[in-house]
Design a protein around this ligand. Sequence first.
Ligand code: UD1
Ligand code: CA
Length: 454
Amino acid sequence: MQQRTCLAIVLAAGEGVRMRSDLSKALHRIGGRPLIEHVMRAARQAGGNEIAVVVGPGRDDVAAAARSVVPQAQVFRQDERLGTAHAVLTARDAIARTPDDVLVMFADTPLVRAETVEALRAPLAGGAAVAVLGFMAADPSGYGRLLTDGDELIAIREERDATAEERAIGFCNAGLMALAGEHALAILDTIGNANARGEFYLTDAVAIARDMGLKAVAIATSEDDVRGINNKTQLAEAEAELQKRLRAAALEAGVTMVAPDTVFLCDDTRFGKDVTVEPFVVFGAGVTVEDGALVRSFSHLEGARVGKAARVGPFARLRPGTELGEDVHIGNFVEVKAAQIETGAKANHLAYIGDARVGAGANVGAGTITCNYDGVAKHRTEIGKGAFIGSNSALVAPVKIGDGAYVGSGSVVTRDVPDDSLAIGRGEQTIKEGWAKRLRDVKALGKKTPKKQA
Ligand code: UD1
Ligand code: CA
């Protein structure tokens, strides 16, 4: 059978007033990713071969987020928010190319699964002109109500326009709608704005299609699939539902978690085989944990790769650009940023390793700090393989500790240490009057740092 073509239109032009935020509603995040990205992905997975997004004026940030998922997405701008049908019609040019299916999705309904969207499209292949996604709402207030007669959908009534009797209906409009491409423009162009809010309601498409002698149906799904997000409470509820799904997927993939409810994951967290995650761990975006690794309690990871059989935490912080090789140990109160820690290296307690490379088998003692920032610029520290850094040492970057070198406890290392040598001591204290002020002055001029130790 030939695949039906599908134009998916994602509406994201609403003002989202109830979020009480300067950020567009579509850019608030769940599972570490903007709401609109979740919807764009579902649209594409459900067969949307052409994808349009409708954004408000000046919302290049929303358009950019949409394009990060679907680079060829068409962006339409709705200058005045005159309602959901008006928003859909800003994509008139795309609808006029008459795809088989026109799918309307809301950026504020990010939990919808691709399977559900496919189920919504199915009746169009069977001859229906309009298919609407419905669900039984625990609390229907705020949602449009679906007026049905057996399998047929008669109309959708927005709450403000509903009678008391209609409000008592629990079957609600999830907001997603599929329209037959051949009838879509005729239906949409007939929608008026004679209602309580004076808006062009997409929901009127149902009654109009029926008046035209066409068929409309409702497809039922669960509330967790279609929670709409209008405020921060609903944002938190959607996050909770997504976390539930991510934890279930991680367990399914073989991750051991004794208290999964206390582990927070991102949409893109990747786990190998035989990984163990102890209670109370937070994964930010971009984390990969390879086979056999152990992530202990109260650790926070973001933009990091944890190599095979590595151990992290408890109380470790891995920041973006962290690469832990095989068998690496990062212990309590150790922070790592933009650093490669190579096979078998260890930093077991109280250290900061930033903008650095730590060679294989090196041992970084408690209290070691890479002094990577001089107040103006960042500098790198290189620690050779098998090196030993004694406790409470400050490595003043840029600096290189050679392979197999040894740094005595409490050292302040300002010069490169050759392979297999010992560096020890704090050196003499030098006072340079006015030096700090000159540093601030060059910083203000945007120049390079005055020479270290000058
Ligand atoms: C809408 C439905 C309601 C349904 C509910 C499900 C209509 C008229 N009502 O109500 O039946 O139960 O969703 O969550 O469709 N938008 C624009 N431009 C506009 C107006 C809205 O792009 O002019 C976008 C918003 O960004 C949002 C979506 O359309 O993504 C829905 O708008 P919203 O105002 O949240 O509609 P609801 O009142 O929730
Ligand atoms: Ca909404």
